[in-house]
Unconditional design. Structure first.
Length: 598
């Protein structure tokens, strides 16, 4: 409850946090007034002080979260702090650390769960989700509410939250506040949901209006806190094209200054980039909407500005989804679009969405254009993009590095490009400032002991966090073995950070390196095949306590690597398929198998 800048040691701050959290609002108010009344260093609490023990039984609340990139976990912690302020005895639980049967013992429950990809549970919640959906439980004594996190660009938006909400009700639990489904800009709907949910568990406590006021001394002035809502302008210090001449790829290494920001990160964390849409993309969009861009519009939570500037800075004008098409159909009344959105046309809808953008939908279903206000009603805020950090703060003080592949392709007669990747590549120049923030990821961390072996699988830009891992261990002079599997298209053009890996091998910071360049021979070779070729040694590393990490493409690579790992455990360990799956599950529970996939 106390901020990190409070003038107390970390141990004392934690102790005070626990004590203050147990007080009722009335007790906190009284104690605040008493302490602010004068020097109480040698005094004692007067006999007239209200009893610190609440006369009524405290309301107990459990906050259960499932998180992939850390958003749900962050919201769970924020929710817990607010609940404690209201006098609730609050416990926060990760789905990875609880069994479904434990829910039967609870009275009040908040569930905060994200949906990964198109309708899948977060990695750390997958086991709990599977067991909970088939569990036979009596939850008739449980009151609950669900906050779902998702992305409307996916068809199964917030599917995990919807599943948990329905399942809890099916098992007899009482929904005391309606579920809220949050898009990528989740902060405001979460706050609204939390207020309603907490009010359902306990009556609102009136806040006394006569609280003594005091000025914060200048020596305690609070420094600006940079986060997603208030990003830091990080100067681009350097950029390097990592691919050689003749490549089919465009991968950049970016170095940003964090000097003066107060931002701190660990290897495994991500950097949030707040991008802008390219002027050419905005121009095409305005042309399709039959607008010139000078029209004044009111952007929610931003204010009035010219339409062209709003489209460039504030709104997602590229990502086409079913959600966008539904809104477009509501304003255009297009019969053709209505037919495409019918339940029986799911395959046709999926085919239409693939490779197209919102500009195509405007041309196809709103050929006469749309008024500015109507256009804004179908668009969501432009979401930031997260990139795995490719540096160690110990190796690059006051800096953060990224490894970003520029996304460019052609489809349906139009050139397409990734918003953030080409914002960095095309629009940001050296010494320009880019709005950034740190996204912590507690589910992708180096082992606590520097002696623990690590195995890292990171093809393409998935190698980024492993550059940070190896740099960090080298800076700390840790002696644990490390093994990297890297893959890309061609050895001559696409061996990202080749010289650095060779230097780490020479110094011993990297123990082993296996590479797979898919286009250098007639048959394509990928990292999972290199894993299978090294199966015996890889399994020996696992038996020796190694942690296994995967970063990169979620659609195919991560599944193929998981299958290869399962095969290795089964064959080298002499296990049945079921036993191998259990072995892999134990690795996950022990946080020895961690993935950062996208």
């Amino acid at each position: 409850m106390l901020p990190e800048h409070a003038p107390f040691s970390p141990d004392l701050r934690r102790a005070l946090d626990g004590l203050i959290a147990s007080f009722t609002p009335a007790q906190r108010f009284w104690l605040g007034g008493y302490l602010s009344a004068g020097d109480v260093g040698a005094g004692t609490l007067p006999s007239a002080a209200p009893a610190l023990a609440a006369s009524a039984a405290p309301v107990k609340l459990t906050i259960l979260y499932g998180s992939e990139s850390g958003n749900s976990e962050k919201l769970a912690d924020l929710s817990a702090k607010e609940a404690k302020k209201r006098g609730l005895v609050t416990t926060v639980k990760n789905m990875a650390d609880i069994e479904p049967s434990a829910l039967a013992k609870l009275e009040n429950l908040l569930v905060i769960i994200s949906t990964w990809g198109d309708g899948e549970p977060p990695e750390t919640a997958a086991t709990f989700y599977k067991a909970f959906m088939s569990a036979s439980l009596d939850l008739s004594k449980l009151s609950y509410s669900v906050c779902a996190l998702g992305d409307t660009s996916y068809e199964k938006f917030c599917q995990m939250g919807k599943d948990f909400d329905v399942r809890l009700e099916t098992l007899g639990a009482k929904r005391v506040h309606d579920r809220v489904d949050c898009d990528v800009q989740y902060e405001k709907p979460h706050r609204t949901w939390l207020e309603g949910a907490l009010s359902a568990f306990t009556p609102a406590q009136p806040v006394a209006s006569a609280a003594p006021a005091f000025a914060i001394p200048t020596f305690m002035a609070v420094a600006p806190q940079y986060d997603k809502a208030n990003p830091f302008g990080a100067e681009l210090k350097e950029r390097v094209l990592l691919n050689g001449k003749g490549t089919a790829k465009e991968t950049w290494h970016y170095e940003f200054s964090l000097e003066g920001s107060g931002l701190a990160y660990e290897p495994g964390d991500a950097l949030g980039i707040v991008p802008r849409n390219g002027p050419d993309v905005v121009e095409d969009f305005l042309k399709a909407a039959k607008l010139n861009g000078s029209e004044k519009v009111e952007v929610p939570d931003v204010g009035a500005k010219a339409l062209s500037l709003a489209l460039e800075e504030n709104l997602d004008i590229t990502a086409l989804s079913r959600s966008v098409l539904v809104k477009l159909q509501e304003v255009t009344k297009s019969k053709k679009l209505a037919k495409l959105l019918e339940d029986g046309s799911k395959d046709k809808l999926k085919e239409y969405l693939y490779g197209r953008g919102i500009v195509d939908a405007l041309e196809d279903f709103a050929p006469k254009g749309l008024p500015p206000e109507t256009l804004l009603s179908i668009l969501r805020p432009l979401p930031p993009r997260l990139y795995s950090i490719a540096s160690s703060p110990l190796a690059h003080q006051d800096e953060v590095h990224l490894t970003v592949a520029s996304v460019r392709y052609d489809s349906y007669g139009r050139k397409r490009k990734g918003v953030a990747s080409t914002y960095l590549a095309d629009l940001v120049k050296t010494e320009d400032k880019v709005p950034v923030y740190i996204q912590h990821n507690k589910n992708f961390r180096l082992p606590a002991s520097g002696d623990t072996p690590i195995i890292m699988v990171g093809p393409g830009t998935g190698v980024a966090p492993f550059r940070a891992f190896v740099e960090h261990r080298a800076a700390l002079e840790q002696k644990g073995k490390s093994w990297l599997f890297f893959g890309d298209q061609r050895y001559m053009f696409d061996f990202l950070y080749q010289v650095e890996w060779q230097d780490h091998l020479a110094s011993g910071a990297l123990t082993k390196l296996d590479v797979a360049f898919s286009r250098d021979q007639p048959e394509k070779i990928y990292v999972q095949q290199r894993m299978l070729e090294r199966a015996k040694e890889l399994y020996a590393w696992l038996e020796d306590g190694a942690h296994f990490y995967v970063c990169g493409d979620a659609n195919r690579m991560a599944h193929d690597v998981n299958d290869a790992l399962l095969h290795i455990i089964e064959k080298q360990g002499g296990k049945s398929h079921a036993a191998a799956e259990a072995y892999l599950e134990d690795l996950k529970k022990a946080k020895r198998y961690q993935r950062d996939v996208y």
